[in-house]
Design a protein around this ligand. Structure first.
Ligand code: SF4
Length: 663
């Protein structure tokens, strides 16, 4: 049976190679992993392995829908839907149109092309801001270009540290390499804020976990930095040749209060002896690998936490490789796809994290949403929902399912799935580039982002260069723009559908103001920011609840992508929260009881599960509980804050504090 190669389009660092099997009539048979992919090596996670459920789901959107005066939707033709959009948006000034997209499909063409139309309209955009802004800003402050070590070289390490990486749920293909290392007797240590699934696996395989108090990553990193200086374990040659500010940083950590073992033990909750052992392991390793996640930066002191971890890695120089997830290795310029040069100046941009307040202000007359479900995935979601539901706002949503955001729309446009469109995929976890040509025809009236927004552009009277495109042609254009980076031979392989690992990227400089690794940043100091990494306790985003909220990833759903698939939702189980036995007894509430989590932003009622994997004083919720299954009709972001991180204007989802009441 024919098999066509493509890639998983989800916002996941693994970006697996995918083979789509069809029958002789071209109908979908199954989806599987591509064994030619050097990183994912022929396997998919359990979520995407059953992607066929989505393709043929009875609740998939099939036709455009218009909202009638009575509030109900009616199915209409594409012509009628587009006509309504033109009628309602034609007179609206560009800056009063908001382009709202995110990572529902990571294909570079379909994700970016709609921005070309939005630029031409002069629409306001968001800054991203709900994923890795802060992690990136923290990394850049120390290392410059966000190009970490090649994760596929992890196999030869003599010490692996996973800092805030719940690999079992978010980076699943790493688990094989981690198990291999453990079996070879290589020490593997996972640092996290709860006894994660990764830590539980390590405990079986001979590795270990260190559970620290939330928001104390910088305290641990700086204590380890102090140990390295005290025990003369730093790479002095590297510091002298590659870094600036090593002397001042040394003085800073040796004199900074909060960096002694005892102080760090008190802050982090990790015994001083365990921190000392980790410091010794790092000092003894000749070729260690430190892989960081992003979650530990989604809090008020997140930028400082990343700066501290990066500074620690810099002290060990060439003996420690650092991996942080970023697509910068690919050096892909999305400018030509979005026709960024057409963007009107001054650029109109809002902070994504503050979306609720922006919508509530009434400054927008129309919002276009693609690849995004902001009613569920943006902090302070009650406010976002209220803003999207305003009577004076015209909302257009392009989607696969009737998501919580689509349910608020005036016009809903049905979208294709990734196997029904062509696109180019690059990862932010590894270095493999892929092209996936369209394999299937959409079953009904669904259209891709490119088809949808080019239709809109034409109907809105935009110039021909904006709308006279086709998806396969745009993919070829984008690949062509990468020829210098990729080389002729590899470009031909990518265009033929092969997953191709890109060669090392040459960068002329480090990308910091000084051109070196900055343990002391003069530019940040000039901007009024602390010049060196310090430990600043997390203030809980101003919340006063008695419990710290741990928003953990779910293994059964992916952000909100699989939330509307019945089989995935069944696998995810009911809307649960997890508390230690001690805290459950304190409420008091038994396993299976209903409990309400609340704070100044909202409330959500969940079923209690007692689990001693969760530390005392914290409550864990996995993924996004399905709003339809909670009495309030909301998900976890009903109780998260729209405040900003210390640098990078990122989200503080993980700083949330809540009160809990048994019902
Ligand atoms: S969600 Fe991640 S692990 Fe699962 S198939 Fe997609 S890329 Fe692979």
């Amino acid at each position: 049976m024919p098999k066509n190669a493509t890639a998983c389009p989800l916002d996941c660092p693994d970006t697996c190679g995918v083979l789509v099997e069809t029958d002789d009539e071209g109908a979908f048979v199954r989806i599987g992993g591509n064994p030619e992919h050097s990183y994912s090596r022929g396997s998919l996670c359990g979520k995407t392995a059953i992607f066929g459920e989505l393709l043929n789901a009875e609740n998939r959107l099939r036709h455009p829908l218009l909202r009638k005066p009575d509030g109900e939707f009616e199915p209409v033709s594409w012509e009628r839907a587009i006509e309504r959009i033109v009628e309602r948006t034609k007179g609206i000034a560009g800056e009063r149109i908001l382009a709202l997209s995110y990572a529902g499909c990571m294909g570079l063409v379909n994700r970016n092309y709609p921005a070309r139309v939005m630029h031409e309209l002069g629409a306001t955009e968001t800054d991203g801001g709900i994923c890795d802004n802060t992690a990136t800003a923290g990394f850049e402050a120390v290392f410059g270009h966000v190009i970490g070590a090649d994760v596929e070289t992890m196999a030869d390490t003599d010490l692996l540290i996973l800092w805030g990486v719940e690999a079992r749920r978010t980076h699943q293909h790493l688990m094989r390499s981690i198990q291999d290392l453990c079996q070879r007797g290589v020490p593997v240590i996972a640092i996290d804020i709860w006894r994660s699934d990764t830590i539980r696996s390590l405990e079986k395989w001979g590795g270990r976990g260190l559970v620290l108090n939330q928001g104390t990553d910088a305290s641990l990193a700086l204590a380890l930095a102090r140990l390295a200086f005290e025990e003369d374990a730093v790479d002095s040659e590297f510091l002298a040749s590659e870094c600036v500010g090593a002397g001042r940083f040394r003085e800073h950590v040796l004199e900074h209060s909060g960096t002694t073992l005892e102080e760090a033990a008190r802050e982090t909750g990790i015994p001083a002896d365990a921190i000392r052992v980790l410091g010794r392991q790092i000092a003894d390793a000749r070729h260690s690998f430190l892989k960081t996640g992003v979650g530990f930066t989604r809090r008020r002191n997140g930028g400082m936490s990343m700066r501290a971890v990066c500074s620690l890695a810099a002290l060990h120089g060439s003996r420690m490789r650092l991996h942080f997830e970023s697509p910068d290795h690919f050096a892909i310029d999305s400018g030509p796809m979005t026709q960024v040069e057409q963007r009107r100046e001054p650029r109109r941009i809002i902070r994504h994290v503050e979306l609720g307040a922006e919508l509530e202000s009434g400054r927008f007359g129309a919002v276009f949403v693609w690849g995004h479900n902001p009613a569920v995935t943006v902090p302070d979601s009650n406010r976002v929902r209220a803003g999207l539901a305003r009577d004076d706002l015209f909302l257009v949503v392009h989607e696969l399912f009737m998501t919580d955001t689509a349910a608020l729309a005036d016009v809903v446009l049905p979208a294709t799935a990734f196997v029904e469109q062509s696109d180019i995929y690059r990862s932010y976890g590894h270095r493999v580039l892929q092209y996936g040509a369209q394999t299937l025809n959409p079953p009904d009236d669904q259209k891709s982002n490119v088809e949808t927004f080019s239709l809109l552009a034409r109907a809105l009277g935009l110039p021909q260069r904006v709308w006279d495109v086709d998806e396969a042609g745009l993919c070829q254009e984008m690949l062509e723009s990468m020829r210098a980076r990729i080389g002729d031979e590899d470009l031909a392989r990518v265009a033929a559908g092969e997953p191709v690992k890109l060669r090392e990227r040459d960068v002329a400089d480090r990308g910091t103001p000084s051109g070196k690794i900055e343990l002391f940043s003069e530019s940040l100091e000039a901007a009024g920011e602390p010049p060196m990494a310090s430990y600043v306790p997390d203030d809980g985003a101003g919340g006063s609840g008695a419990y710290r909220l741990i928003s953990a990833p779910s293994i059964a759903t992916h952000n909100s992508t699989y939330l509307y698939s019945k089989r995935h939702a069944r696998r995810a189980g009911g809307p649960r929260c997890y508390l230690s036995a001690r805290d459950a007894a304190r409420l008091p509430a038994q396993d299976g009881a209903q409990v309400r989590l609340s704070n100044e932003h909202g409330q959500i009622t969940l079923i209690l599960s007692v689990s001693d994997d969760v530390p005392h004083g914290a409550v864990r919720v996995d993924g996004f509980p399905d709003p339809a299954s909670t009495p309030e009709g909301v998900s976890i972001n009903a109780i998260t804050s729209p405040k900003l991180t210390d640098i990078g204007d990122g989200n503080v989802l993980y700083s949330a504090r809540v009160d809990i009441h048994a019902l």
